[in-house]
Design a protein around this ligand. Structure first.
Ligand code: GDP
Ligand code: IMO
Ligand code: MG
Length: 421
């Protein structure tokens, strides 16, 4: 397999974990390049469910090497917990490598995340409260701590002492409880010792692998419209979730990338606040009643809406999507008439891109095209030709409107419920 970047092409939770797991079969290495444990990537193998937060989903296949790249923010205690949980489920976590340059998420980041959300009141972002924004904030302000600091005991103690002192002043001013240096230090030292064997120069590791002709799959987290630059700012996460983030977050140059896969649901979901033009109570109620669309990280019910082709076209441009994977087709199996947003109406204007002005986006009304539903289960379909004709028409329309090549359709969470075109 060529070097492939996989991105979420909507607002996250597109089913990236499942598609990564499927595509990992042909890759040698899988790399996370941005985000942190705000991500929740679900993979089913047989009846067993795995939810990956920081560790690449490729870890579930033996002999695949998995990398947490420099662009990821790592909560070391959470990573140790994730490794332990995978071991408990019988997964061997041997081939894991963590970048020495990856920044740390520390307890004051989580506290600040929480406090800032409280301060924002009704304007809150609806973050996962994992401390992601404050950790990337420290990185940009050049005051962050990195994995290389964590595994150097003396350096870590000195740096952490200063950071706790500084952040306790802020927390006290916000009316929150200050942190105990001794407690945080003890917990993070233990985590540091446990993670030390995994920490390395992942840039060198990746380039050596490429020199040997190995192929790399870059596992995107979150989705295009949660991107700090290209998303629905400020209702976004704090990293570049789009294809470019895979380069900066790994140290692999753009011209070494061969293909960009965009993953989209056959409809739209979003967790957290911010505009979602095609949001529909009708489709949300139906999916929630089926027990679907509850967040993998926070358990929150996801907001749901019709497929938004304005957004998908925009995502195709920003990411340079070559191949399209459409997941959760089966979620629409019982919908008599399926809507697809083909443009936005804002006053007298028609828009065919996502406006940067969040207030304008909030006012956009979707213009819909309607497709007849297939009203039959697709979950047992194994080939394109087995899909109902109306489902094929719908999928062709999604690909055409997005201006990308449809190469994969997912009709259920299992590996076998995958149709290659
Ligand atoms: P990710 O964050 O993009 O990896 O997606 P999540 O794991 O947060 O959410 C996607 C959910 O959809 C998970 O529960 C998956 O098991 C599930 N899923 C993925 N593809 C399909 C599909 O084609 N059909 C169904 N029914 N579920 C799917
Ligand atoms: P995966 O990788 C869906 C959302 C949060 C919130 C916003 C900011 O599973 O697709 P943050 O905690 O990052 O500061 O929250 O981003 N968010 C996600 N939504 N899937 C995710 O990851 C997300 N990671 C963050 O809900 O709206
Ligand atoms: Mg998820």
């Amino acid at each position: 397999m060529a070097n492939t970047i996989l991105v979420g092409a909507q607002w996250g939770d597109e089913g990236k974990g499942k598609i990564i797991d499927v595509l990992t079969a042909k890759a040698d290495m899988v790399v996370r390049t941005q985000g942190g444990n705000n991500a929740g990537h679900t993979v089913f193998i047989g009846r067993r469910k795995y939810v990956l937060h920081l560790i690449p989903s490729g870890i579930l296949r033996v002999r695949k090497r998995c990398v947490i790249g420099n662009g990821v923010v790592v909560d070391p205690v959470s990573l140790v917990g994730e490794i332990a949980e995978l071991k408990r489920l019988g997964v061997r976590v041997k081939n894991l490598f963590v970048s020495e340059s990856a920044h740390l998420v520390l307890p004051y980041h989580r506290e600040l995340d929480e406090q800032r959300e409280i301060l924002k009141g009704t304007n809150k972002i609806g973050t996962t409260k994992r401390g992601i924004g404050p950790a990337y904030g420290d990185k940009a302000a050049r005051t962050g701590l990195r994995m290389i600091d964590l595994i150097n005991a003396d350096r870590f103690e000195a740096l952490l002492r200063c950071k706790i002192q500084e952040n306790n002043e802020i927390l006290k001013a916000l009316g929150a409880k200050p942190l105990s240096f001794a407690r945080v230090h003890a917990a993070y030292r233990v985590a540091g010792d446990q993670l030390k064997p995994f920490v390395t120069n992942t840039v060198v590791l990746l380039h050596e692998a490429m020199r040997r002709g190995q192929s790399i799959l870059f596992e995107g987290a979150q989705g295009t419209f949660l991107d700090i630059d290209h998303g629905t700012y400020p209702f976004v996460t704090s990293s570049n979730t789009t294809a470019g983030g895979a380069c900066t977050g790994s140290g692999v140059a753009p011209h070494r990338m061969d293909c960009v896969v965009g993953v989209m649901k056959a409809y739209t979901t979003r967790v957290g606040e911010g505009p979602l033009p095609t949001e529909s109570a009708e489709i949300a109620d139906m999916l929630h009643a089926m027990g679907r669309e509850f967040g993998a990280t926070t358990g929150r019910p996801r907001r749901c809406g019709w497929f938004d082709a304005v957004a998908s076209r925009h995502a195709a441009i920003i990411n340079g999507i070559d191949d399209l994977s459409v997941t959760n087709l089966d979620g629409l199996d019982n919908v008599p008439t399926i809507k697809v947003c083909i443009s936005y109406r804002a006053g007298l204007a028609r828009l065919d891109y996502i406006p940067a002005d969040i207030e304008l986006l909030a006012k956009c009304e979707p213009v819909y095209a309607e497709f007849p539903g297939w009203m039959t289960s697709t979950t047992r379909c194994k080939k394109w030709s087995q899909l109902p004709a109306k489902a094929r028409t719908y999928l062709r329309a999604l690909a055409e409107l997005t201006a990308a090549r449809l190469t994969l359709v997912s009709v259920g969470p299992a590996r076998a419920q995958t149709i290659f075109l």
